[in-house]
Design a protein around this ligand. Structure first.
Ligand code: NDP
Ligand code: 2IT
Length: 479
């Protein structure tokens, strides 16, 4: 039972230690350490070969197990033990025919994690890396995130190991139709409402919505992220990126930091990265990087509206690679195989995928003077990276709080569908801002260290998200 309690010593030494960080939260909860270890041993034994799921549970367990133990309302009722077991999981075959007439097969999933506070809600991911571990981690995080939005949304996630890259429009349509033919049995506007995630945007949602309607013969808001012509909400496309920037603004304002003129690094170049960049430009910040799985572009002059419009056309219409940016804008550099974190910045917005920012990257960010890291992606920072942020008191926004704007606006889309009307852009944007502000305030309430004023937003998000779900579970009995 060894805790590394580190001071602000030599930086290189810290970097070395970052390989063996132990969480400072458990150091605070020393007396609960043994039960935490026993709990996690069981989680590991029960969920073998699911490293991402175990990582996500571990990150929450360090806050929630001590919290349950120290609060009479929750002690002994094992809410958290129930919350890490999905209510159910569907795994199914997805056959389809490619443009050459060749039979293809993928695996489809839907993880229905928790419905205590509303119908299951969460995106669909199409990416070759998709497996049960990744979808369980995402569904688990989604439960806390959706709770934080204050909207009546349970948590779920789904997807397929299908790779949309290089596929024709017709192939995408045939795949989506086959996927929805099976998924349609398990979802419904009052039961489970999927949306997009990596590899699933408005094109895919459109094809899946069409197939659901054809099979079921009903026109309902069973998916969110729909096109504006058939029930979508204004601002839904922008919501995750905008929401993350609004969240960061709340954190920066609390610390008297002005965002204007700040140099920002953004990773990814998909939906979340694009609208994060758009909002940052609007606020007068300077975004200098974008990336994809091939590498990073570094534009030291900053990405402006015109350059961003080029990126949107490149990625969303031509489905190209980010390296093409430097052919169009030769003063920018392409860093093949690199992530953006070695580029000096004031603020970082990881917006690509899980575990894309490691302990070493976090140390580099700190060394370069970075003041805040705001997660647009789900779980982009590894546990070691988060420990570095804690150690150096860097502002750190966990994705379950800071990227909740996407699902929150999905919730607003569901409300509009139920009302059979559409709100204006300004109205949805205003609600989004308010929701992000409320999530921020909940994180402060549960995460502030009264002694030094430092807010641990991860602890705050974990506890605030947990309380609402646990209270609903308590009221509904042992189900
Ligand atoms: P997109 O598919 O639009 O874009 C994903 C981006 O991330 C692409 O640039 C992609 O590059 C890159 N990427 C994906 N996988 C990897 C990988 N393994 N290594 C390096 N780069 C990778 O997805 P989104 O923008 O919608 O999602 C980005 C993140 O935000 C995800 O973590 C998602 O879960 C999260 N999120 C999304 C929400 C939404 O509303 N869309 C809401 C909340 C969170 P490439 O093209 O090379 O694959
Ligand atoms: O991770 C997420 O929150 C999403 N992919 C959005 C989910 C949703 O239902 O809008």
């Amino acid at each position: 039972m060894i805790f590394l309690l580190r001071g602000n010593s030599n930086f290189e030494l810290e970097l070395e230690k970052s390989q063996t960080f132990t969480d400072t939260r458990m150091s605070k909860h020393f007396k609960h350490y043994d039960s935490y270890v026993t709990f996690m041993d069981k989680v590991k034994a029960r969920n073998p070969h699911e490293p991402e799921f175990i990582q996500a549970v571990d990150e929450v367990a360090r806050d929630i197990l001590p919290f349950e133990e120290e609060n009479q309302d929750y002690k002994g009722v094992k809410f958290f033990t129930r919350m890490i077991e999905p209510e159910r999981v569907f795994i199914f075959r997805v056959p389809w025919i490619d443009d050459n007439g060749v039979f293809q097969l993928n695996r489809g999933f839907r993880v229905q994690m928790n419905s205590a506070i509303g119908p299951y809600k969460g995106g669909l991911r199409f990416h070759p890396s998709v497996n049960l571990s990744i979808l369980k981690f995402l569904a688990f995080e989604q439960v806390f995130k959706n709770s934080l939005t204050t909207l009546p949304l349970g948590g779920g996630k789904g997807g397929s190991d299908f790779d949309p890259k290089g596929k024709s429009d017709n192939e995408i349509m045939r795949f989506c139709q086959s996927f929805m033919t099976e998924l349609s049995k398990y979802i419904g506007n009052n039961a489970d409402v999927p949306a997009g995630d990596i590899g699933v945007g408005s094109r895919e949602i459109g094809y899946m919505f069409g197939q659901y309607k054809r099979i079921k013969g009903v026109y309902t808001g069973v998916l969110t992220g729909k096109g504006l012509s058939y029930g979508g909400s204004l601002i839904r496309s922008e919501a995750t990126g905008y929401g993350n920037v609004y969240f960061s603004l709340n954190m920066l304002e609390r610390n008297n930091i002005d965002i204007a003129g700040k140099v920002c690094t953004v990773s990814g170049s998909g939906n979340v990265a694009q609208y994060t960049t758009q909002k940052l430009i609007e606020l007068g910040a300077k975004v200098v990087t974008l990336s994809d799985s091939g590498g990073t572009i570094y534009d030291k002059d900053g990405i402006n509206d015109e350059k961003l419009a080029y990126v949107m056309e490149l990625k969303n219409e031509r489905r190209g690679r980010i390296k093409e940016y430097v052919e169009k804008y030769p003063s920018a550099e392409y860093l093949p195989g690199s992530r953006p974190w070695a580029v000096p910045c004031d603020l970082a917005y990881p917006s690509a995928t899980q575990n894309e920012l490691h302990g070493e990257d976090a140390a580099t960010l700190v060394k370069n003077g970075c003041k805040g890291v705001f997660e647009g992606a789900n779980m982009p920072c590894t546990p070691n990276a988060i420990e570095v942020f804690r150690e150096y008191k860097i502002l750190y926004a966990p994705g379950k709080a800071s990227n909740a704007g996407g699902v929150a606006t999905s919730g607003l889309e569901m409300s509009q569908n139920s009302l059979r009307l559409s709100w204006t852009r300004e109205e949805v944007d205003q609600r989004l801002k308010e929701i992000m502000g409320r999530i921020h305030d909940q994180c402060v309430i549960y995460g502030e260290d009264k002694e030094n004023g430092y807010v641990d937003y991860l602890t705050g998000a974990n506890i605030a998200g947990f309380v609402k779900v646990a209270d609903a579970m308590m009221a509904q009995g042992l189900v």
